[in-house]
Design a protein around this ligand. Structure first.
Ligand SMILES: [Zn+2]
Length: 106
């Protein structure tokens, strides 16, 4: 995705989601500075259906997520991941914290 398009998109998503991460519901920061973009609360564009699973760049498949959530999602589907992040599924949180991976829960 080109930087200009990405920036436009991230702005739109930022407005749509009131500047909050689609997973943990925490506020994200929107910055074009490289250093800021390395922060855990930096805004990133998230593919709800992962690109690896054939997810497209269509707006319906895109959401704003903080870098921390985006980096930590791995192969979990986005709805499960969101519940996990919001503490709705405590067992998942524990098992992921222990580093046992998500594959066995499929
Ligand atoms: Zn988040």
């Amino acid at each position: 995705m080109k930087t200009a398009i990405k920036r436009q998109l991230i702005l739109k998503l930022f407005e749509k989601q009131d500047g909050k991460c689609c997973y943990c519901d925490e506020h994200v920061i929107l910055s074009y500075r490289w250093r800021d973009q390395q922060r855990p609360d930096a805004a990133t564009i998230e593919h709800l259906q992962r690109q690896a699973d054939g997810g497209s760049d269509h707006p319906d498949n895109l959401a704003l997520a903080c870098k921390k959530c985006n980096d930590g999602r791995q192969e979990i589907d986005w709805l499960t991941y969101r519940s996990l992040k919001r503490g709705e599924i405590h067992e998942y949180v524990r098992s992921v914290d222990q580093g046992s991976g998500a594959a066995e829960y499929r």
